[in-house]
Ligand binder design. Structure first.
Ligand SMILES: Cc1ncc(COP(=O)(O)O)c(C=O)c1O
Ligand SMILES: [Zn+2]
Length: 413
């Protein structure tokens, strides 16, 4: 059952049917899905959600889709207590939301699952996207599942793991010689020229809604409450705004109490237009030229940057950036304390978390959730210098002469 009513302009309130359109014809404001929240509230309960599938589809009533979802099993990823990392940072209630554990190893599966389901409902036979890498793999995989053709466009200098994990699904791969912002600009022109369903352009209102499920899960997994703080990485800024929206919807529907969560938007210092605006106290995000190892979030002109800025301010949160070295340290710290291998976007989160714990922005008792949104298996080259094996002959003697083992006192263990 879908409670989605229409697309509504965020700026002027203009209404449109639930079609493939992302901007208002009158004021060019972004369109969002509008819902019948009254009817939704009357039928939704915590129990009903909890009885649903162990995936993002347990929240199907809160999403703008009518029929069968294109389902790769996305969502309901672990929210794990990070006691080892927390102890190091002096945080007693730290959690990791591990969205590496989605079908194509990033949170993008949430957004894509909804957008591709909608694309199929709307009768598209070809879907496409402008991607920094994770979206590409997700779109290619979902296209296969839905029986659609796909074209994925990405900057030619992204990591090999991102390209291979996309190529394996056999989409038409288009490597564009230019930054993500250039790729995105090209794709806006292709929407007009070809009329395909571009997942993050003309289908953006639906794509945006998929990301809300990350916020829903955090609240449900904490026992139906919103945390004190959430840290999430931002590229276009959309995920950040939708986690915030998700929490506020649950509260409005009476499924959780008031939301007192401080939202912390984190970016790589080499691509931090939202953080710059936050620090300068300006209302508008100004574009930058990205230069960072965190390629998945290297977006210089973020489409939802102003809204992410607003969510950070409105929630009493902050925006913070970390250097490339701090990103790598963050990746290592998470891997060595919690056993989770993140890509650079997660290194940004952990780097920022460490700084904020040190400076006292996050207090030891704060229930804090760090969102790890993509897997390090796709970006292995960044930490490949970790590989320093001791090479030995296949003999006990070689092992004992080459590997330093602490004194063994009993043979029984
Ligand atoms: C791993 C990862 N985390 C976070 C983001 C940020 O997404 P958004 O564009 O919604 O801000 C991206 C975007 O590509 C990503 O790949
Ligand atoms: Zn408008």
């Amino acid at each position: 059952m879908s409670y989605a009513l229409s697309l509504r302009c965020r700026k002027c309130g203009g209404e449109y049917p639930l079609q493939a359109q992302n901007l208002c014809d009158f004021c060019f404001g972004p369109l969002d899905v509008a819902y019948d929240y009254k009817a939704m509230a009357a039928s939704l309960t915590r129990d009903k959600i909890a009885r649903g599938p162990v995936s993002m589809w347990r929240y199907a009533d809160l999403l703008p889709i009518a029929g069968e979802p294109v389902d790769l099993g996305t969502g309901f990823t672990p929210l794990t207590r990070a006691d080892n990392l927390g102890r190091l940072l002096g945080l007693e209630q730290l959690y990791i939301k591990n969205d590496c554990l989605n079908p194509t190893w990033s949170f993008k599966d949430r957004a894509v699952a909804v957008a591709v389901t909608k694309a199929r409902e709307l009768g598209f036979t070809t879907i496409a996207c402008a991607s920094t890498g994770n979206l590409a793999a997700s779109v290619a995989a979902h296209a296969v599942k839905a029986g659609l053709k796909s074209y994925v466009f990405f900057p030619s200098d992204i990591e090999q793991g991102k390209i291979v994990s996309t190529a394996i699904h056999n989409p038409t791969l288009v490597a564009v010689q230019g930054s993500y912002d250039k790729v995105n600009h090209l794709c806006h022109r292709l929407v007009e020229a070809y009329g395909w369903g571009f997942i993050n352009i003309n289908l953006r209102p639906y794509y945006a809604e998929g990301s809300k499920t990350l916020g829903y899960e955090i609240a449900e997994q904490l026992g139906w409450r919103s945390p004190d703080r959430i840290l999430a990485p931002s590229a276009s800024g959309l995920l950040f705004t939708r986690i915030w929206k998700g929490l506020n919807e649950l509260s409005m529907l009476g499924l959780i109490g008031p939301v007192n969560t401080h939202m912390h938007c984190v970016q790589a210092a080499g691509s931090s237009p939202i953080v710059n605006a936050f620090e300068n106290g300006t209302l508008h995000v100004l574009p930058v030229e990205p230069q960072t190892i965190a390629k998945s979030i290297a977006v210089g002109n973020p489409a939802d940057g102003n809204y992410a800025l607003k969510a950070a301010r409105e929630s009493g949160g902050t925006a913070a950036s970390v250097s490339d070295d701090e990103i790598i340290e963050g990746i290592r710290l998470l891997a060595e304390t919690e056993g989770i291998f993140s890509e650079p976007a997660g290194g940004v989160v952990i780097g920022a978390l460490r700084k904020m714990a040190k400076s006292g922005i996050i207090r030891s008792q704060d229930v804090t959730v760090a969102c790890i949104t993509g897997s390090g298996l796709k970006t292995q080259e960044i930490v490949s210098d970790s590989v320093r094996p001791v090479t030995i002959e296949p003999s006990l003697q070689s092992f004992e002469s080459m590997v330093c083992v602490p004194n063994v006192t009993a043979a029984s263990d």
